[in-house]
Design a protein around this ligand. Structure first.
Ligand code: F3S
Length: 71
């Protein structure tokens, strides 16, 4: 599962890192600058929650067949 964080949109709310610190890592300034990366499909639920809860809508799942669900 490919995930992309748009660093231009990230404002450092850190919801992602609190939800899934094993996946989302913030830089020393508190911003998510991870860009595009691959996540094991077993983490799909928590990634979808991060997509839904990021206030800046900076996180997306790029797989065309896995649209984020609203939680
Ligand atoms: Fe940034 Fe959204 Fe996470 S604003 S730190 S990507 S919750």
């Amino acid at each position: 599962m490919k995930v992309t964080v748009d660093s231009a949109r990230c404002q450092g709310h850190a919801v992602c890192a609190r939800l899934a610190p094993q996946i989302f890592v913030l830089d020393s300034d508190g911003y998510n600058r991870m860009g595009s990366f691959t996540v094991d499909p077993s983490h799909v639920d928590v990634v979808r929650r991060a997509v839904a809860l990021c206030p800046e809508r900076a996180i997306r799942i790029d797989d065309p067949n896995s649209s984020p669900k609203v939680v």
